[in-house]
Structures are given as C-alpha cells and as structure tokens.
Design a binder for this molecule. Structure first.
Ligand SMILES: [Zn+2]
Length: 457
C-alpha cells in the first residue's frame, strides 16, 4: 500500500454570536482563503447563522457559499448543551430529542446554502453517540470532533458513518510556532486527512466567546474575552498566512464535502483465506482488522463467521466468498454478563444459537448484546471468539461435537483505551457543570466499537 500524500482540511468553527468583532475576523479569513483559492469547511451553529441572516451580512454569506458547509449544533454552549439535554436518555429518546432540538437549524443551513451540511462537529468535542444517530437519520454524511477514532486513519467508519476524528492541529495565532512545529514534525507525514481547526474569534480576542455560559466564576474570570490591540491582530493574520504557506508547500487541501463524495459505499468482500487470517488473530488484540485488502469491523467478521457456520451446517462447506453490503452495528443494549466462566454447547445447540444471532442481525442490522437460552446468556464477543477458533476446522471439513464458549471476551484494548483516556477529559469542557459525567453514553458508544473500521480513500 502506498501512502497517499497528506491532505489537510481547514475546519473553521463559526459560532461566536456574542462578540461582533469576531465577524470582522471571519470576513478577513474568508478573504484570505479567497485570495489563495482555498476551499475550506466552515462549521456553522444555527444561532450564528440566524444572526448573520438577521444582520443581512450578505458579503459573508456569499463568500461562505463558495466553501464547504458543515454543522456545529444549534446552540453550541448555551444551556442545556447537547450532552446536557440528551444525558441518560438512551438511543431512542436521545435521537428523538436531538431531532426536536437540531432538525430546524440543519434545514436552515440547507435553505441558506442549498446543500445538506457535509459534517457534524460536536461542540466542545463533547460528543455523544446520539449525534451519530442524528446524522444518519437526517442525512449528514460524516462527523468530526468525534473522539472515537483510529489513530492514523482519517476518516474511519464508525456506526457506518465516515468519522474524521478530532482535530490534529487547533490553530490559534497565540500558539503559531507550536502549530507550525506540529505540522512539520508530525502532521505532514500522516496518512489520511489532517484536520486543522480554527476559530476566527481567536484572531481578535483572547479568551473564549462562550465564557458567559461557564457555570463557575473562576473559569469565567480566567477565560473571558478581551480584545487584542490592532498591531497584535495584524500580526495574527500575518502568522496565519505563514502557516497557510507551510501547509500548501507540503500537503493538498481538501474539505469534508469533497472527501465524502470520493468515498464509494462499496461492499465488503471476504474470502475463506481472508476470514481465516482474521480469525487466527482473534486473540492477539489486533486493531484494526486488515484482511482481503480492506479494513473490516469486528461485526463484519462476526457476521462472516455466523454465515459460515450456518452454511456448513446446511451444505457441509463454508462459502467461498461472503459479501456484506450493509453496516452492522454493535449491540444497542448491555450484555447481561453472568458469573459463569464457560458454557459447553453441542454442535446442534451452537448452530441454533448462531441461526438466532444471524436472524437478529438481518432484522435489525445490529448485534444482540447476548443470546439467552433457558440456562444461560452468551455474549456476542464470547461467541465471536469461539467461532473464530473453530473456523479453520470447518474449512477442512472438521466440526467439533462439543464447543466450549468462554465468557468475558472484550474487543481489543487499544481501542477500548480511547474511552478510558479521552472521554473523561472531554467532560472537563468548562461549559459543563463540575463533575459532569456520561456513564450511559460511554457504555453505548463502547458497544459500537464493533462497527469501527479503517477506511482508505
Ligand atoms: Zn465550537
């Protein structure tokens, strides 16, 4: 595989509806991009868009029309924020309330710019899984600022949606030299898309525009806005021009919309050798799974193994090729983990359970957390491991009379680590109340690691 050259996406958050000076900065940045013929991605909040329309800022709106347009929530930091108003609701209610709160503003973006937003950027990076469900429901084709990412693969697929992950560089003119250093030493050698994120208001003022929504006075005092001097502002634009020069010399510029349209929704095709290769590695903690020249998810592998067992039971051979042309999601509910270490099944019992699991996937496009029998529950992860271990035998026309299913299998730790490392720090977004947590959302998101897979453009 040849590494494609680095592709940079400028992702600009347009959200400050408190300080009018930030509009001057937005206009200036639009002009800089225009001179350089750069097509960037501008992520607008509903509130900011309404303000631009009310104030009849046609100049800005027209210039935005020549760029890619994304969505950055209706109200960003205004309480209740997305993580606050969806907290603890679960898939169905979480999606419902997101539709009620966000749908109109997505439509306003559509009416104003004539296109569906190309991506959804979670405000403050505080992503919740219902955002992904919302994007799929309304037709937004990708996500960014989503911390569930595969290092080095941007975008990856998560729950069937291209996910650009978090920004590699947060360009802030205050830290210009540091941004250049990161680009030179790390970002420019990356495979896939490097997201450079910026906020126009950071060019003209220090602090954060949304500090008015911070619930603690100490945070507010530390981070409230203060305008820079004119000289400082001019230097900020000069620095930014230098940064743009450095990037243009080393990378191609693209945007979310362009990448979305280059992605073909091609089906996953698996051969016996490909499945065997992935199955043999099941206990090696490998992530992502790369086989038959493509990235596959653990749910894809599970589907292929279930199909193989059923086919073997019916025709005494495993299929030569398995085609998967849909996204299979992870379990939508919790695995009722039991205090049993292993379960022994006869071959016949195993095939009946596999049949149930396969039917469930075909009905709902998602795995069941566990299959219940009259005596015990078997988790999907446990079944995945058991089937992976017996697949080789099936390809040689040998099947076991009894199968031992060990309980407690977890998907590889490299990816599970993301949840342990990253999420708690995201909840420290100063807009949220102190000690804010999202245990239920964390759980629901973790279960969707089943659907995560790399994507090469
Ligand atoms: Zn933002």
């Amino acid at each position: 595989m040849i590494d494609p050259p680095t592709k940079v996406i400028y992702s600009i958050d347009v959200e400050d509806n408190i300080n009018p000076i930030s509009e001057i900065a937005l206009e200036r940045i639009l002009n800089i991009f225009k001179e350089r013929r750069i097509k960037a991605s501008f992520l607008l909040t509903g509130d900011k868009l309404k303000q631009l329309l009310e104030r009849k800022r046609h100049g800005i709106l027209n210039m935005l029309k020549s760029h890619d347009i994304g969505y950055h929530s209706s109200k960003h930091s205004k309480h209740p924020t997305i993580p606050e108003y969806t907290r603890d609701l679960g898939w169905e209610k979480g999606l419902k309330i997101m539709m009620e709160s966000e749908e109109n503003d997505v439509k306003l973006v559509q009416e104003t710019f004539g296109v569906m937003p190309s991506t959804f950027g979670a405000p403050g990076d505080v992503w919740v899984p219902y955002i992904t469900a919302f994007c799929k429901e309304i037709g937004i084709r990708s996500e960014v600022y989503n911390p569930v990412e595969l290092a080095g693969w941007s975008p990856c697929y998560f729950m069937g949606l291209p996910n650009f992950g978090s920004a590699w560089i947060r360009y802030d003119p205050q830290y210009h030299n540091e941004c250049i250093r990161i680009f030179d030493t790390e970002a420019k050698n990356l495979r896939g898309n490097v997201i450079v994120r910026l906020h126009p208001s950071k060019f003209v003022q220090k602090g954060w525009w949304d500090s008015v929504y911070y619930p603690t006075t100490s945070n507010y005092n530390a981070l409230r806005t203060k305008e820079f001097s004119n000289e400082k502002i001019l230097r900020n634009y000069e620095n930014f021009n230098d940064f743009l020069d450095t990037v243009s010399e080393n990378a191609n510029i693209t945007n979310f919309g362009e990448v979305n349209s280059s992605l073909s929704g091609q089906a996953t095709e698996l051969t016996i050798e490909g499945i065997l290769d992935a199955a043999n590695n099941i206990e090696k903690n490998i992530f992502p799974i790369w086989t038959d020249g493509q990235g596959i998810s653990y749910a894809d592998l599970f589907y292929a193994l279930l199909t193989s067992v059923i086919s073997y039971e019916e025709r005494k051979r495993v299929p030569q090729k398995i085609t998967i042309n849909k996204t299979i999601l992870g379990p939508m509910s919790e695995d009722p983990f039991e205090n049993v270490s292993e379960v022994v099944l006869s071959w016949k019992q195993l095939t009946i359970i596999c049949n149930n699991m396969l039917q469930e996937i075909n009905r709902n496009d998602s795995l069941k957390a566990a299959i219940s029998t009259s005596k015990f529950n078997i988790g999907s992860g446990d079944m995945l491991r058991a089937l992976a271990l017996l697949y080789k035998g099936l390809t040689e026309d040998k099947y076991p009379k009894k199968v031992i299913i060990k309980r407690g299998f977890r998907l590889p730790s490299p990816i599970q680590d993301i949840f342990v490392r990253k999420f708690p720090s995201l909840w420290k977004w100063p807009v949220l109340p102190e000690n804010f947590t999202l245990p239920k959302e964390l759980y629901l998101a973790r279960a969707q690691v089943w659907s995560l897979k790399p994507l090469v453009q």
